[in-house]
Design a protein around this ligand. Structure first.
Ligand code: GAP
Length: 492
């Protein structure tokens, strides 16, 4: 079901209709790359964040933090973002569409890629560059060669000459590639000059690094220990796409684990296992998750080892979380730029060291989209189509609906009493409008795991039906035991 080409459109449509996700500033035509979480969306997002937060901070070796979005501008020089946080960008001179050069390959089919690689082999007049291209092509197939060449700053220009604009189709109409910094710039205080320029953080991680010793001193944690943070990050992405996958404002759930340099491999492997387990534990199918280990020549400037946890989205595999061995790069750079020591003092050995950092960096917004995609299902029931969000119970925005069969004969009174009893225990929804079958379908579509129905038999023996979303099976239980029954079920 999930790999149906229309699935994303169906999820976007359901999200809007039922209050999961709205376009930002919709009445003004929307704002590209920004989305609003509606009443159900905010519940799902909060549940994801709560599960992540608990999985991290209920451990004795991880502390929480909430650092500010605006930070000293030197932070971003030390982190390397001012220098390196750029994407190569080109414009089509004809239609003015803007593209990220390294993502262009994803917009072209295999035939087109092969054709353009053959064309540059034939047309390139520069001996040195031609040798370089031939060398790449002798070691890789044409599709992989395309991807390598397009990412090579020296060669990409030649390849661009052979390509048509994915938007208007004009050939070789691209401007030369320019490096574009993804950080949003703003100004601190009333004067807009270079001295007051600051950035919206493009990741939450730096707030953790600069607070490393504050947290360690105040909590008396010993190595190894971690600091977890959830918060907004901002990137002025050149191309936003695929709904919540690449947006300009998003939320990250990052945990930086500080270890002795000699223990880095052990903890890197450990966090890989822990993190993939987390997604599976919240209902993701193993088949839809995989690691993508970064080859050594593609590692970020700060990383010794890195992997992405990828999810099998309807548009293909996409990263939902990055796990990196960042070595002592970040602490060393912040020491250098701030002039302050960030060394850890080992009480036992009386030695000072700069710890290595193992980072787990998950996107809350991207995980949201992955969980929603994983949950979306359509099936035929009694000749009718049923849309159901098979969300894990811990993530479902509404845990149970209360449905009096009819609005008379004392049923609403019993239903209201049940509502009163459950209202502050977990999120419920009271619905007395329309045929009960339709009310079930509405709850299935938003992923509510349980539906409680008050019917004529309730009037006789005080039992109600509890219908389970996925199996649609119904059981009868005494209304007095509803609360304990559901609390137990929801904790499973
Ligand atoms: N501190 C490391 C870091 O930020 P990253 O791979 O750039 O690493 C980590 O980002 C995670 O943040 C990604 O795996 C993804 O889930 C999320 N993310 C990054 N850019 C995003 C964007 N433009 N829109 C939505 N989520 C994004």
């Amino acid at each position: 079901m999930k790999n149906n080409a229309n699935t994303i459109e169906k999820i976007v449509s359901l999200s809007k209709r039922r209050g999961y996700i709205f376009q930002s500033s919709e009445i003004y035509g929307g704002l590209n790359g920004c989305w609003d979480y509606g009443p159900l969306g905010v519940e799902l997002l909060n549940n994801i964040k709560k599960e992540w937060w608990n999985s991290m901070t209920l451990r004795e070796d991880v502390e929480g933090l909430d650092s500010s979005i605006l930070m000293h501008p030197k932070v971003w020089e030390a982190s390397g973002h001012v220098e390196n946080f750029t994407d190569p960008m080109i414009d089509c001179k004809q239609c003015k569409a803007r593209f990220r050069v390294d993502l262009l390959g994803g917009m072209l089919n295999e035939k087109r890629k092969k054709k353009s690689v053959r064309a540059i082999l034939e047309n390139c007049n520069d001996e040195k560059l031609k040798n370089k291209i031939e060398d790449i092509c002798s070691k890789n197939n044409e599709i992989d060669s395309f991807d390598i060449i397009i990412e090579d700053s020296e060669l990409s220009g030649i390849l661009l000459n052979e390509l048509n604009c994915p938007q208007c189709g004009t050939q070789s109409s691209f401007t030369a590639a320019r490096e574009f910094n993804l950080m949003f710039k703003t100004f601190l205080g009333p004067v807009e000059d270079t001295g007051s320029a600051i950035f919206l953080r493009p990741e939450t991680a730096q707030g953790i690094f600069v607070n490393f010793l504050n947290v360690q001193n105040s909590t008396r944690q010993k190595l190894p220990f971690g600091i977890a943070q959830i918060g907004k990050a901002f990137r002025n992405e050149i191309n936003t796409k695929n709904f919540l996958f690449r947006t300009r404002e998003f939320e990250q759930m990052e945990m930086q684990f500080f270890v002795k340099p000699t223990d880095d491999k052990k903890w890197y492997d450990n966090w890989k296992v822990e993190r993939i387990k987390w997604y599976k534990g919240l209902g993701m199918n193993s088949e839809n998750l995989k690691f993508h280990d970064h080859p050594t020549n593609k590692l970020a400037h700060y990383a010794k080892e890195a992997t992405d946890i990828e999810y099998n989205f309807p548009f293909g595999w996409g990263e939902i979380e990055g796990i990196h061995n960042r070595t002592d790069f970040d602490l060393r750079r912040h020491e250098e730029f701030s002039g302050k020591s960030l060394k850890y003092f080992d009480e036992e050995t009386k030695e000072k060291t700069l710890p290595y950092i193992i980072e787990t960096s998950a996107g809350a917004s991207r995980s949201f989209m992955a969980f929603l995609t994983e949950a979306y299902d359509e099936e035929e029931v009694n000749g009718e189509q049923r849309v159901v969000l098979r969300l894990h119970k811990k993530l479902a925005p509404i845990k149970a609906s209360i449905l009096p069969l009819v609005n008379k004969d004392g049923m609403p009174e019993i239903a209201k009493k049940i509502e009163e009893d459950l209202r502050f225990k977990f999120k419920i929804f009271y619905d007395d409008k329309g045929a009960v079958g339709r009310r079930y379908r509405r709850q299935d579509e938003i992923g509510t795991p349980y539906a409680i129905t008050i019917d004529t038999q309730t009037l006789e023996d005080q039992t109600v039906t509890v219908r389970e979303r996925d199996s649609m099976e119904q059981i009868r239980i005494l209304s007095d035991s509803l609360s304990s029954y559901l609390l137990e079920k929801l904790a499973e």
